[in-house]
Design a protein around this ligand. Structure first.
Ligand SMILES: [Zn+2]
Length: 489
């Protein structure tokens, strides 16, 4: 390398040695993630009993302290896991909403990282300067049912003042006893959020919560903003443009707002959507990398130079995404043709036990949706929406459907099959055709908000695409991200 090239490079490194170092750390954390990913947690519907063996393992590791700090309404233990000897206390809690588990998984990845032998230099700095406290799955009763609220039917995040729920009391007591310097409030948000005015999902959204109606910025809140800017820079590297910023309207009943008020610099993180990442495992990884890097930055105190003006530059959160957006389609009603856009979402319906789910899709909006976006997007200009047909033959049972060429039927415009007997425990059709059980009579297609999107898009009088339960199927290539069709009884 010639000197002309080498010198500016050296100069840059010397100018900002911390930044260079921490950039390397982020890359290393990202690249080595698979070694620390907790393999027993691999889908969103994580239950309390699944994390107990992982917490018990930590009780045998002398660097961790595990303390039972409370119980949920239904008697599930709430445990605080602490590590480090530093004077700055950092408290992280996850899943106060039971159906928001992404960061819970990241926390167990972080435990694996902390109990490994690698990265010893960085970890030594962190654990000498900080004491880290984790309270994973604050709402285990909600997690059991994969629902937002706890067993009392209360949103814990609106119970910070009244403190009726034992989970709320626990969080308040833990925060107060530690008088934590930093708090990470870890949530999930709808996958339909986007970064304002772009088609990019808000894979991560942040908020430095306000502590009063005036939205003042004091020293405590300023640090939240600085850490968020720091983390945003990391996420931008792996998910460019996919970060949103929540409105900082003050909510007097919420924990984030009150914890900020009580003197803990509060970082709210919401894990949103990422294309083709249904179980949010890529987002889990981004949480792992960015939270660990933020912890390191707090330990090194190098976030302090970050100007808070950068915080306002993060695009605002918006909610303008659909799973599927079809634009410019023609729809005929009472003999007239109309141009319609359709916004379609695939809604998850939990199976018994709340361990898995199937999709029941809905038309969410129709009309001019030019200000909306889709994870997938089809320009249907020149295509007409027509109802799918019911195949004339009635099958006796599901067995008889084996060997059917579904794509061929779709190409002929069929989207429904009649089947005499379908057992009641069968909830979804894995064939890309909706099933009509027994004597069920299909009503006429009603293209309306709230309806299940199943129809054919014709081009030049021939089926070009089929939409089955909200899944788009290209009838020329057969390409689709189809998961399941409906059964009507
Ligand atoms: Zn939440």
């Amino acid at each position: 390398m010639k000197y002309q090239v080498l010198l500016p490079f050296l100069f840059l490194v010397m100018l900002n040695p911390l930044q260079a170092q921490e950039k390397d750390l982020t890359t290393d954390l990202y690249d080595t993630y698979d070694a620390y990913k907790e393999p027993t947690l691999d889908k969103r519907r994580v239950k309390h009993h699944e994390i107990q063996p992982l917490i018990n393992k930590l009780t045998h590791d002398p660097s961790f302290t595990v303390t039972k700090v409370g119980e949920s309404i239904e008697g599930r233990d709430l445990k605080l896991i602490s590590i480090g000897t530093g004077k700055t206390h950092v408290l992280l809690w996850s899943q106060m909403h039971g159906n928001e588990p992404t960061a819970t998984q990241s926390i167990f990845d972080i435990f694996n990282f902390l109990s490994s032998d690698e990265f010893s230099n960085e970890k030594q700095k962190v654990l000498n300067n900080l004491t880290l406290h984790f309270l994973p799955m604050l709402n285990p009763d909600g997690a059991e049912r994969y629902q937002r609220r706890n067993a009392l039917g209360v949103d814990i995040n609106r119970d910070a003042l009244r403190l009726q729920s034992p989970e709320s009391k626990t969080l308040k007591r833990v925060r107060d006893s530690l008088n934590a310097d930093f708090g990470f409030n870890l949530h999930d948000q709808s996958t339909y959020y986007n970064a304002e005015l772009t088609e990019k999902p808000a894979t991560i959204s942040y908020l430095a919560t306000a502590f009063n109606y005036e939205r003042d910025i004091n020293e405590v809140r300023k640090k939240s903003m600085q850490i968020i800017v720091f983390m945003n820079n990391i996420i931008q590297k792996y998910a460019p443009g996919q970060v949103g910023r929540y409105s900082d309207e003050f909510e007097p009943r919420a924990f984030g707002d009150n914890i900020q008020k009580w003197g803990t610099s509060l970082i709210l993180i919401e894990s949103g959507g990422f294309a083709n990442d249904v179980e949010k495992q890529e987002i889990r990884k981004l949480n792992y990398v960015s939270i660990l890097a933020a912890i390191y930055s707090i330990a090194m105190e190098n976030y302090k130079d970050i100007p808070i003006s950068e915080y306002e530059k993060i695009p605002e959160n918006d909610r303008k995404l659909f799973d599927l957006k079809i634009k410019n389609a023609t729809y005929r009603l009472r003999g007239k043709g109309y141009k319609l856009d359709l916004g379609i979402n695939r809604l998850e319906v939990d199976k018994e036990g709340n361990n898995s789910f199937w999709y029941s899709s809905r038309i969410i909006d129709q009309g001019d949706l030019s200000t909306y976006y889709g994870y997938s997007d089809l320009d249907a200009a020149g295509m007409t929406i027509v109802p799918g047909k019911v195949y004339p033959k009635t099958f006796q049972n599901i067995e008889q459907l084996k060997g059917l060429d579904a794509l061929d039927l779709l190409k002929q415009g069929y989207t429904y099959l009649k089947v005499d007997t379908i057992s009641n425990d069968m909830l979804e059709s894995t064939l890309p055709l909706n099933l009509l059980a027994g004597v069920y009579v299909l009503p006429e297609m009603n293209l309306a908000v709230g309806q299940n999107p199943t129809f054919v898009l014709e081009e030049n009088g021939k089926p070009r695409y089929a939409v089955i339960n909200g899944f788009l199927i290209d009838l020329q290539s057969g390409k689709s991200d189809f998961k399941n069709a409906m059964i009507y009884r």
